[in-house]
Design a protein. Sequence first.
Length: 440
Amino acid sequence: MSDSNQSPACLSPEQFHLPADFHFACHNSGRCCEDFWEIPLDETSLARLKQLPLSNLSPSFSDPAQYSEMSAGPKAGLSLRRVNGRCIFLDSARRCLIHAHFGAAAKPQTCQDFPFRYIRTPRGIFVGMSMACPSVRANRGPAIETRRQELADAYARSHSIATVSDPIELSPGLPISFSVYEEIESCLNDLLAWEGLTLDDRLIAGYVFLQLLERAVVQMSGHRREGPAGHWDECVRQMIPVFRNDRFRRVIAIARKAAGSRGLHRALIGLLLTYRSAFDARLRGRLGRSAYLFYQYVRHLGGLGSVGMPPLPARMALSQLRRVRADWNDPFFVHLLTRFAAHSLFRKDLIVFTPLLKGYGFLLVFVALMRWYAAGYAILRGAAEVGREDVDEAVGAVEKYYCFHTDFMRLFDQYPLLTGMVERMLAKPLFAPSMMRYHG
């Protein structure tokens, strides 16, 4: 399961799965051209830019001034240069100068792709949307369905493609086919939309369901994580009707009663916030960064000090974050966070980079992070209570800085100590309610 930078062949528009409830049109906010994002340049985009008379727009655009070296790693290479955190081609009116003077087709392919992301699966191409874009969050514009042919054409040029392999893993050592995964995803969607439950209980119920499903199929195999091809598919297909025929009563009962740990919540969320900030600061060496993170883990466990929350301009005192009030049962808050979670399932976030159970755990972490960020944005406004604009900005920030398609997730491969620490916390029985029951 990996990103692909190969230009795919054209496919029939009917092979594309589009999010039914999403609308989009660009409203030129310029937000996708700002903050920490690097805008990578593939060879075709670079060649196209070099053919444009960019110096006619400004002498500062002379080659190679508009390019900079990207950080080492999977995306090493050239990117568009940034000045004061903004793309060099974003003008004072927040317009793209390349687009304005040479047309949309002249922009780098990464810019043309945004906010769309293509996920290649055994059942066709799923077209996801980035909720880092304000227009996507606001659902502004025509229905995505009206752009089916346009998206199919764009896919042939795109570099924003992820691939879901078949089989995927329910958890390490439990391979299942993509078709069986879709049966599980249907259950998760049903739980996410379950009437009579709070959003917290719905999200906890999804994690409980996956845990119980994993436990049941392992028990069916005599507690051995091994078996012939198709063995785990058969086990899962036997268990899903059991849950459905029971109308998930056991799952929901456990979710409703589950109590969490405020210390575990603070420790994990604080650790990830620290890691994000430590990455940006380029701390000295792996040993130095690991020691720093362990210190921060202990500090956050006790709820002491402050935390950096990029792109917020100032560190936030943990005591101050806890004082911000929020009604997380507000219909707007529930709608936006549910929409994020449902779209994460649709665009296969949970299985592109990780086994399903771990991926769902990170989904809960991201929702918890959004609540911290909403409190941070409220503090910046001088407010004592989270407002709608705070939640909206929080969803965009977490999507942009933390979610599965960001460089943040790739760094877990580079730092085994961090990975092990986070995985141990994800495996704790109190993990899911700890993420959802506490908000800072």
